[in-house]
Every structure is written in structure tokens, then in C-alpha cells.
Write a protein that binds this ligand. Structure first.
Ligand SMILES: [Zn+2]
Length: 334
């Protein structure tokens, strides 16, 4: 097994290199828009960093050069939604970072405590196009079973609707996109109450296993203003369903880098549940093979490649997922 460095270092083994050379180099187009990635600065969080490592825009670019050599890469950066964040300081710093690349964009971190005037001021900054709420800030106190309006309150939804903002939504509740309350909320919000909000349902509409997206896709497909990012989904099955049964124009590439996918391991489906498996945290043994774990982001890209083959996507479709859909949606010059 290759060396595993501290998570703050770029850890890239000979096995990662082999997967790039033999599988991914031919699959990834020349331009990549990563529509789900995070910046983090320990100075903006009280207490310890929760295992998150510092990542500014140059860190992301160094990783991109390693992960996708010779590709042009830009980002939709999402505010990093951890408890104890200094929301104002994080947003100000991340906005400045993202503005150093005119082709990258930022979704501002929002919590139910954020004031509407502050949100409005921030999203008027160049490059800031939307909001990043997260379930850990739910006013219900239940981060697993909360409804959308409990962590993105209606007054903020109204502002997002007025301004036509993007919202990257990591759905909560045990069944994710298959949850009846979530489906009812998304239906009401997109078709009646907030028709100008553009939703990006993160992680294949939070479908890390085969099940939620298979349950929900026929209803999601009929809703307006819904997009998806495929970040951190390493199981091939939800990707097959999404690629076969949604319009390619509504699918964005995303990585969820750095700490959520640039480790060796993957997100393992266990029936209808899933678990992150970071191989550095478990004493794994490989009695039947030469143990060769690879980066979770490469697991995701391998699954995307094979799902694209099974769904019969063309080179043009793949280029749309990795670049063109996002470039068009976010008004990126190309
Ligand atoms: Zn994320």
C-alpha cells in the first residue's frame, strides 16, 4: 500500500496514478467545472477544526493539478457549514478567495441567524451567486430529520426567490430525496411559492445508495429549477439512475473536496444506508488481493465513467456534465 500522509498534505499514491493513467485520463474533458467544493480556514472556527484542514484557493488549485493534470479547472465554492463557524469572517474570506478567479463562483454560507440585509449585501458581490444552508444549523435541533425551512427559513427563501439565487441543498431526513416531506417541500417551493430559486440537490439529491433516487427520480424530473451535483457519490447505482433518467443538462460535476473526498476510501453503501470509509482509520486487511485503495474522488470518477457507459452518454454529454452545464448556468465565459 502506498504512503498516506497527514490529511493536510497532498496524498497521492502510485495506485491513484495508475487509475488516472489507465481509466480517467481518457474520460475527463479538457475543462472541468467543480460545482461542489469547499474552502476552509481554521481561524474562522472556534474550538478545534473538527479534522478539517486549511484549504484556500491555491490549495484547491494544487489538488486540481494533481487530480486532473493538464485540465482547466474552475469552481462553485460552497461555504463550509460546520458548527462554531464565524459565518461573517468565513464568507468575507471565501468571497475574496473566489474573486481572485473570475470564472469561479461562491455560494454564501447561511444559518437561520443570518440577517437578510447581510445576505443581500454579500450576494451582490461579484462572483457570489447563491446560498449554502446546512442541516447542522437547524432550529429544530434535529440535524438528521429536519425540514428544509428549519435550516433555511422562509424569510431567507423569500429573499433567494426575490433575487433568483442558487441554493445548494444537501437534503436532510433519513430518506433524503425519497422523503415525502422533502418531496412535498420541493414541489411547493419550485412550482408555487419560490419559483425563482434554482436548486442544486447535492450528492445526487443525497442518494449515496441505489434507493432514494430510484424512488424520487420520476417526481424530481418533473419539477422546474432542479439541478444535481454528483459530489461524493462513489456507489455506481445512484449515478446510473440519474444518468439514465434525468436530463443531462441538469447534472453538474462536483467533488466535495478537500476533506470529504480527497482521502483514500469511499462512501460505502450498506443496504439503504451508507458510511464513509477512510482506510487510514481502519485496520483493513486484503487477504485475497494486492491492497490498493484509491482516493474517494477517483472512486466517484470511476463510477461516473462506468455509469455514463451504461447510460449510453456521449462524449458531448460527458463534456456537458463536467463543464458546459455549469459554465452556462453560472454565466462563466467560455
Ligand atoms: Zn460539501
Amino acid at each position: 500500500m502506498g504512503h498516506v500522509l497527514d490529511s493536510s498534505d497532498i496524498s497521492y499514491t502510485e495506485h491513484d496514478q495508475q487509475i488516472w493513467d489507465e481509466e480517467l485520463a481518457e474520460f475527463l474533458p479538457s475543462r472541468i467545472f467543480d460545482a461542489h467544493i469547499h474552502l476552509f480556514n481554521k481561524a474562522h472556527r472556534s474550538g478545534d477544526s473538527g479534522g478539517w484542514s486549511n484549504a484556500d484557493l491555491s490549495t484547491l488549485n494544487q489538488w486540481a493539478a494533481k487530480l486532473y493534470p493538464d485540465r482547466e479547472v474552475h469552481y462553485l465554492v460552497l461555504g463550509t457549514p460546520l458548527p462554531g463557524m464565524d459565518v461573517a469572517a468565513h464568507n468575507a474570506w471565501a468571497t475574496e478567495q473566489v474573486q481572485s478567479d473570475p470564472q469561479s463562483r461562491f455560494n454564501r454560507l447561511v444559518t437561520p441567524d443570518c440577517k437578510l440585509d447581510d445576505i443581500r449585501r454579500d450576494v451582490e458581490q461579484p462572483g457570489v451567486i447563491g446560498l449554502k444552508p446546512y442541516r447542522v444549523y437547524s432550529v429544530s435541533g434535529d440535524i438528521a430529520q429536519c425540514r428544509i425551512h428549519e435550516f433555511l427559513p422562509h424569510e431567507q427563501l423569500e429573499l433567494a426567490n426575490e433575487l433568483g439565487l442558487w441554493v445548494t441543498m444537501h437534503l436532510s431526513r433519513f430518506h433524503g430525496c425519497a422523503d415525502e416531506a422533502n418531496l412535498a417541500d420541493l414541489t411547493e417551493f419550485t412550482t408555487q411559492r419560490y419559483p425563482n430559486i434554482k436548486w442544486i440537490l447535492a450528492h445526487c439529491a443525497r442518494s449515496f445508495t441505489y434507493w432514494p433516487i430510484r424512488e424520487a427520480i420520476d417526481r424530481l424530473r418533473d419539477l422546474p429549477n432542479i439541478w444535481y451535483d454528483v459530489s461524493a457519490v462513489t456507489d455506481i447505482r445512484p449515478l446510473i439512475t440519474l444518468f439514465q433518467r434525468e436530463r443531462v443538462e441538469r447534472i453538474f460535476y462536483g467533488s466535495d473536496g478537500v476533506d470529504a473526498t480527497y482521502f483514500h476510501g469511499q462512501y460505502v453503501a450498506l443496504g439503504r444506508s451508507w458510511q464513509g470509509l477512510d482506510i487510514s482509520r481502519f485496520p483493513l486487511q486484503f487477504p485475497h488481493c494486492d491492497g490498493r485503495p484509491i482516493l474517494a474522488i477517483y472512486e466517484q470518477l470511476l463510477s461516473m465513467k462506468q455509469a455514463a457507459e451504461l447510460a449510453g452518454l456521449s462524449r458531448d454529454d460527458v463534456e456537458a456534465i463536467f463543464w458546459r452545464n455549469a459554465a452556462a448556468a453560472f454565466d462563466v465565459e467560455f
